[in-house]
Design a protein. Structure first.
Lengths: 109, 110
């Protein structure tokens, strides 16, 4: 079983739609990161959240860290085909990093 | 600025062979990590290092060894390759808040 559960596992939407993906755990993390990975490449860091309840915005992407620092969400507004990819969350406990299995997003033009 | 560089990009090994996956970073990061990524399973931490001369086991260390003699380099050693080690291996580095990843090594053990 994964320490971090991501949902949904797959998501296919039309350009212009909004979406939210989730990253949940029963464990507390000192920080949580979101990455996007494209085929044949390594993950690319999107954001790091540290404080419970923290909200960060990156253009059309909004990231929220749960109050208890056990979960996080990523909301994309007006999705574009360029948002297509594998979205991974990762939680840090001391220096140990644990990744979720990812949400594979496809945005159709 | 090259970031994190991994070599080789692809490798096929026979069962029982050994090899070293190379990783070097030019960002003067103290933290370095080795992960493996299997289909549908996300990334799993193999080993990590918080600085030169210091290494620690991650979630799945069995069958692997690492060393960190310099800040820049963090090689991963497979001594007796097994089919279960077929995977994509990623090296990453950070200053402590979010990793920069290399482009990966795709290893197949037959």
């Amino acid at each position: 079983t994964q320490l971090l559960e991501q949902s949904p596992q797959f998501l296919s939407i039309q350009e212009g739609e909004n979406l939210t993906v989730y990253c949940n755990s029963s464990s507390v993390f000192s920080s949580l990161q979101w990455y996007r990975q494209e085929p044949g490449e390594g993950p690319v860091l999107l954001v790091t959240v540290v404080t419970g309840g923290e909200v960060k915005k990156l253009k059309r992407l909004t990231f929220q860290f749960g109050d208890a620092r056990k979960d996080s969400s990523l909301h994309i507004t007006a999705a574009q085909p360029g948002d297509t990819g594998l979205y991974l969350c990762a939680g840090a406990r001391n220096n140990d990093m644990r990744f979720g299995a990812g949400t594979r997003l496809t945005v159709k033009p | 600025n090259a970031g994190v560089t991994q070599t080789p990009k692809f490798r096929i090994l026979k069962i029982g062979q050994s090899m070293t996956l190379q990783c070097t970073q030019d960002m003067n990061h103290n933290y370095m990590y080795w992960y493996r990524q299997d289909p549908g399973m996300g990334l799993k931490l193999i080993y990590y290092s918080v600085g030169a001369g210091i290494t620690d086991k991650g979630e799945v260390p069995n069958g692997y060894n690492v060393s960190r003699s310099t800040t820049e380099d963090f090689p991963l050693r497979l001594e007796l390759a097994a089919p279960s080690q077929t995977s994509v291996y990623f090296c990453a580095s950070s200053y402590g808040s979010g990793d920069t990843f290399g482009s990966g090594t795709r290893l197949t053990v037959v």
